[in-house]
Design a protein around this ligand. Structure first.
Ligand SMILES: Nc1ncnc2c1ncn2[C@@H]1O[C@H](COP(=O)(O)OP(=O)(O)OP(=O)(O)O)[C@@H](O)[C@H]1O
Ligand SMILES: [Mg+2]
Length: 238
C-alpha cells in the first residue's frame, strides 16, 4: 500500500533563495514523523509546500494523488490540516467563530463527524470550551495553540502538519499539549511534527529527519537519531 504522504525530490525557492532542495521522505498512515533542524533549515517551507501555500518542485503525493494542482483549501478538504508557525488563528474572531470557520464547508455528510471531532476538542482542551465567546487574540499562548490544534481537528484530518507547537509554551503546557497530540495520534491521525525542541520531538515521534540548509542530512528511527553522536552534540546539547 502506498504511504499516506510521499514526498519526492521536493524543492522550494523564494526568488534566488533555495530553501529546500531534493527532500524525499514518506509518512505512513497513523505515523508520527518529526522534522528537526536549525533556524532557516527549511522545515516550515516543507510544511508550506505540502499544504500548497508556497509553490514547489518535485512531488507531494497524498493517498496516491499528486497535490500539485490542489489549492490550500482543497488540501485541507482532502484531510491534511496545517497548524502553522505562530498558530494562524484569527485574533479578532471569537474562539467559536475560529472553530466554525474550520468546519466549513459544512456538508451534511460530514456534520456528524465534525460534531464528534468538536466533542473530542472540548474533551482534550476543556479551556477552549469554557472560552467559546472570548476573542481568540485574548487567549493565552497555550490556549491559542490548543485552539489552533482544535481547529485542525474539526477539519477531519488524516494528517496534521504541526509547526513548532511548543513554541513559547511553559513545560507544563507543552506536556499537556503533547498528551493531547498523543491521544489524537492514537485515533489514527498521522502527525508531521516540526520542533525546535529536538529532545521532545525525538521522544514523541517514531521516525525523524534532520534538515540542514534545505537538504536531509540524516533520517531514521527517532531512537537512532536520539543516540546519534552528531545529533546529540548539535541538536540535543549533550
Ligand atoms: N517568504 C519568504 N521569502 C524569502 N525567503 C524566505 C521566505 N520564507 C522563508 N524564507 C527563507 O527560506 C529559508 C528557510 O526558511 P524556513 O522558514 O523554511 O526555515 P525553518 O527551518 O522553518 O526555520 P525556523 O526554525 O527559524 O522556523 C530561510 O533562509 C528563510 O529566510
Ligand atoms: Mg519554521
Amino acid at each position: 500500500m502506498a504511504p499516506l504522504l510521499q514526498i519526492e525530490n521536493l524543492a522550494v525557492s523564494y526568488g534566488v533563495i533555495r530553501a529546500v532542495r531534493g527532500v524525499s521522505f514518506a509518512v505512513e498512515e497513523g505515523e508520527v514523523v518529526t522534522l528537526i533542524g536549525a533556524n532557516g533549515a527549511g522545515k516550515s517551507s516543507v510544511l508550506r509546500a505540502i499544504s500548497g501555500v508556497v509553490p514547489h518542485q518535485g512531488t507531494v503525493s497524498y493517498r496516491g494523488t499528486d497535490l500539485r494542482r490542489s489549492a490550500p483549501h482543497e488540501v485541507v478538504a482532502r484531510g491534511v490540516a496545517h497548524v502553522p508557525e505562530g498558530r494562524g488563528i484569527f485574533p479578532n474572531l471569537t474562539v467559536e467563530e475560529n472553530l466554525r470557520l474550520a468546519m466549513w464547508p459544512n456538508r451534511r455528510s460530514r456534520q456528524a463527524e465534525q460534531h464528534t471531532a468538536l466533542r473530542l476538542v472540548f474533551g482534550l482542551f476543556p479551556r477552549i470550551e469554557e472560552r467559546l465567546k472570548q476573542m481568540a487574540g485574548t487567549l493565552s499562548g497555550g490556549e491559542q495553540q490548543m485552539l489552533a490544534v482544535g481547529r485542525a481537528l474539526v477539519s477531519l484530518p488524516r494528517l496534521i502538519l504541526l509547526d513548532e507547537p511548543s513554541m513559547g509554551l511553559s513545560p507544563k503546557v507543552t506536556q499537556e499539549l503533547f498528551a493531547a497530540l498523543a491521544t489524537i495520534n492514537a485515533q489514527g491521525v498521522a502527525l508531521l511534527l516540526v520542533e525546535q525542541n529536538a529532545h521532545l520531538a525525538l521522544h514523541f515521534a517514531s521516525r525523524g529527519l534532520v534538515l540542514e540548509n534545505g537538504v536531509v542530512a540524516l533520517a531514521g528511527p527517532a531512537r537512532d537519531l536520539a543516540a546519534d553522536p552528531k545529533v546529540r552534540a548539535v541538536y540535543l546539547g549533550r
